[in-house]
Design a protein around this ligand. Structure first.
Ligand SMILES: Nc1ncnc2c1ncn2[C@@H]1O[C@H](COP(=O)(O)OP(=O)(O)OP(=O)(O)O)[C@@H](O)[C@H]1O
Ligand SMILES: [Mg+2]
Length: 238
């Protein structure tokens, strides 16, 4: 599903070149739920943005769902993001002047779906994330956990095979965080949606079947869940 080959992201600073990502190789299979962990500034969000086509690498190849991202022009990149990837962010990134339904429908409208089609899909998505009846409210009228569930519904609107989530539980309390992780796990288990989730929280990462640890732009650990869960990861995160 995701193949990353010798990918680097370099920023030219006055002090010289800074490698936000340095020559990384990763393969993530369809249906995997992978967590990306590592200290602040280690390159986690940068990596997610490259996978999602929000940003381009300085060198190396990214292949997502059979598409070589390097070869896409701006327009193709926009279509790739809209059709192939659902993004979920820490601060939800809902549009405040739009209702919950309008937020969920954004990519459907952009893709010129019919009104009937949009309404049906939005009703189904509201049901899927347990927000039935909230469609005509505005984001500010919802709790943080509810807003994040709107963001997940929006991410799912185009039926993407891949969800990229950057600290999706970062702004939530324990209970709401667990609900969001349960929802992501359900999508992964029942619909085989591939999920790549950046998190600081080992408890959140435990929802994933694999933990990839980045430090200073390099992958320093990459482990699938074993019989002991992720316990053996603790040392590389310390
Ligand atoms: N536009 C930019 N110009 C220069 N440096 C940048 C730019 N964008 C990001 N960086 C640097 O790249 C590094 C990786 O940033 P990134 O946002 O990926 O970190 P992160 O692991 O997501 O951190 P956090 O956990 O705090 O979100 C950081 O050191 C950051 O300062
Ligand atoms: Mg980040």
């Amino acid at each position: 599903m995701i193949t990353i080959q010798e990918v680097s992201k370099v920023y030219s600073l006055e002090s010289g070149d800074f490698f936000a990502l340095n020559n990384n190789n990763i393969h993530i299979n369809k249906g995997e739920f992978a967590a990306i962990m590592g200290p602040s500034g280690s390159g986690k969000s940068t990596l997610l943005q490259l996978i999602g086509g929000l940003d381009q690498p300085s060198s190396g190849n990214l292949i997502v769902d059979g598409i070589q991202l390097n070869n896409l022009n701006e327009k193709e990149r926009t279509l790739f993001r809209r059709k192939k990837v659902g993004f979920v962010f820490q601060n939800y990134q809902l549009l405040p002047m739009m209702t919950v339904s309008e937020n969920i429908a954004l990519s459907l409208s952009a893709n010129k779906a019919s009104k009937t089609e949009i309404n049906l899909r939005v009703q189904q998505l509201l049901k899927d994330v347990n927000l039935e009846g909230k469609g005509s409210q505005f984001p500010s009228q919802l709790s943080g956990g509810q807003q994040q569930r709107v963001a997940i519904a929006r991410a799912l609107a185009m039926k993407p095979q891949l969800i990229l989530a950057d600290e999706p539980t970062g702004n939530l309390d324990q209970k709401n965080g667990e609900d969001i992780l349960a929802l992501l796990s359900k999508l992964n288990n029942e619909e085989q949606i591939t999920i790549v989730m950046v998190t600081h929280d080992l408890q959140a990462a435990a929802a994933a079947g694999r933990i990839i640890v980045i430090r200073d732009g390099e992958i320093v650990n990459d482990q699938k869940k074993g019989v002991l869960g992720h316990e053996s990861m603790a040392s590389s995160l310390a």
